[in-house]
Design a protein around this ligand. Structure first.
Ligand code: NAD
Length: 498
């Protein structure tokens, strides 16, 4: 059985314990590797290594850092297929979808290649006679990324390109479910010439996470995962004096107005609900049909849901793969059942789906549930599976109220041909990322990604300008050179300009 290791100080490291967890192939249900789980000592080794590396990397020039980033960009670009296949084998998503996530991660690397421009400070000449003021930003030190299973390449890439470009060193703690991409990334960093110890990977579970949160030499923590863990990470990390951004779960609504084109809308809803088996934090899981939009929409969505080709992620004609674990499959099936029990109408039922030749895979087919109400579990829970609930609303305002009453605020979308309705919607919803006739409005790398309410704890959204701010802190310098003509002398009153 293959063992998946840590990566510390520029090389694979087995670690100090024999604690492991199994890594499965969701399409077959077979175990394919053992994952080494870090001990507190292993985490300490990683942090000390990253801290030592910061001594030099934090002093490296912008030119040196940019060169490594450009080389890393080329290597990731050349390894998209290799990364995508590793992701597909452990996560289950289809290879074309996995390629897409690497591509979106690559865009953050490209953004970080522009770090000399992004780190330009400000300068105010002659704020007082002979006095200038200028500002610049410096790295924090050892930064940590704790990431979820659903994007094993893209989500870490939301973090470390910006953290490393700004001069920090980094420790990634990937999900236990699909850890292999992290080691490919580590190899590519080494090949790109990143000094040993700047990028490290610690594999593990709660033991590793807690050791990172409690380590005095960790300066900042970026987390992406479910809401209860995000809240815990934020509370524990900030209590320990660390800078923390913790992105949580989601329940993303799409509002469909009667004036939306049914063909266009149903195509996009089906892709947004069932792509990656619904295991996306920006997946649409609640379609809010306004007024007369419902019946035609449900007919079109159901027909397209039944046509989705479900199969192993490695097969070229598969559109949707399995879900990540047998536990996730059982939970999703049970939530679908609860919808029926609580009075909703199961229009397309994916619970019984089988894939010939893959009897032990973790399959759940696309599922459409109509007449869902906001009190049902299927509406309240983040299902994180291929399930689209259709809720009905009388008006745009009622739909906006529904969204704003939901504890999550990650992404949302409206389908309409009315600019007025779209504008009311974009201004009225308490949600961080909004799509207008775009169902999965993931911002480009040069904007920042983040939700509101229970979808994000902490002030900073991730990557883009907010990412640069998160991984750096500001200095403002007030300088006077006494021999400058007219520069005044010292005084006991509070300094003012002259
Ligand atoms: P998860 O919260 O179970 O795990 C995320 C990370 O936390 C993993 O590295 C895991 O090892 C660690 N972890 C899990 N339990 C822990 C505990 N008790 N103590 C300390 N650490 C713990 O999430 P997941 O199932 O891997 O991913 C799916 C979730 O992530 C969904 O809720 C999804 O919405 C969310 N997500 C959010 C975004 C976003 O941008 N807001 C993006 C992707 C995924």
């Amino acid at each position: 059985m293959r063992t998946i290791t840590h990566w510390i100080g520029g090389k694979p490291v087995t670690g100090s314990t024999d604690r492991t967890s199994p890594v499965f192939n969701p399409a077959t249900g077979e175990q394919q590797a053992e994952l080494a789980l870090a001990s507190v000592d292993d985490v300490d080794t990683a942090v000390r290594t990253a801290k030592a590396a910061f001594e030099r990397w934090g002093q490296s020039s912008l030119s040196q850092r940019t060169k490594v980033l450009f080389d890393f960009r080329e290597l990731v670009n050349a390894n998209v297929q290799r990364l995508a296949e590793a992701i597909s084998d452990e996560h289950g998503k289809v290879v074309s979808d996995a390629r897409g996530e690497v591509q979106r991660g690559l865009e953050v690397i490209e953004f970080a290649c522009g770090i000399p421009t992004l780190l330009k400070g400000g300068f105010s000449d002659q704020v007082s006679t002979g006095v200038d003021v200028y500002s610049f930003r410096q790295a924090l030190g050892v930064c940590v990324g704790i990431t979820p299973f659903n994007f094993p390449a893209m989500v870490p890439m939301w973090m470390f390109p910006v953290a490393i470009a700004t001069g920090n060193t980094f420790i990634l703690k990937p999900s236990e479910r699909d850890p292999s991409a992290s080691l490919i990334i580590a190899e590519l960093w080494a090949e790109a010439g990143l000094p040993d110890g700047v990028f490290n990977v610690v594999q593990g579970d709660k033991t590793a996470v807690d050791a990172l949160l409690n380590h005095p030499d960790v300066a900042a923590v970026s987390f992406v995962g479910s809401t209860p863990i995000a809240r815990y990470i934020h509370q524990t990390g900030t209590a320990n004096g660390k800078r923390v951004q913790a992105l949580g779960g989601a329940k993303n609504h799409a509002i469909i107005l009667p004036d939306a084109g049914i063909d266009y809308t149903s195509d996009h809803l089906v892709a947004a609900a069932f792509g990656s088996a619904g295991e996306r934090c920006m997946a649409i899981s609640a379609a809010v049909a306004v007024g007369s939009a419902a019946d035609d929409l449900i007919a079109a969505v159901s027909e397209k849901a039944r046509a989705v080709k479900v199969g192993p992620g490695r097969e070229a004609d598969s559109e949707m793969g399995p879900v990540v674990t047998s536990a996730a499959r059982d939970r999703i099936r049970s939530l679908i059942g609860s919808g029926e029990e609580q009075g909703a109408k199961l229009v397309v039922d994916g619970r019984g789906l089988t894939v010939p030749g893959h009897d032990n895979g973790y399959w759940v087919g696309p599922t459409v549930i109509d007449e869902v109400t906001t009190s049902m579990d299927v509406y309240k829970e983040e299902i994180f599976g291929p399930v689209l609930s259709v809720v009905r609303a009388d008006s745009v305002d009622a739909a906006i109220n529904m969204i704003n009453s939901n504890p999550y605020g990650n992404g949302t979308a409206i389908f309409t041909s009315s600019g007025e309705a779209a504008r009311t919607f974009q201004r009225g919803v308490n949600v961080g990322m909004i799509g207008i006739n775009v169902p999965i409005p993931v911002p480009m790398a040069y904007y920042s990604f983040g939700g509101w309410k229970d979808s994000l704890f902490g002030q900073s959204h991730i990557h883009g300008p907010e990412g640069v701010a998160f991984y750096t802190r500001a200095k403002v310098v007030t300088s006077r050179w006494p021999h400058v003509e007219g520069a005044s002398g010292s005084s006991f009153h509070f300094p003012t300009s002259n």
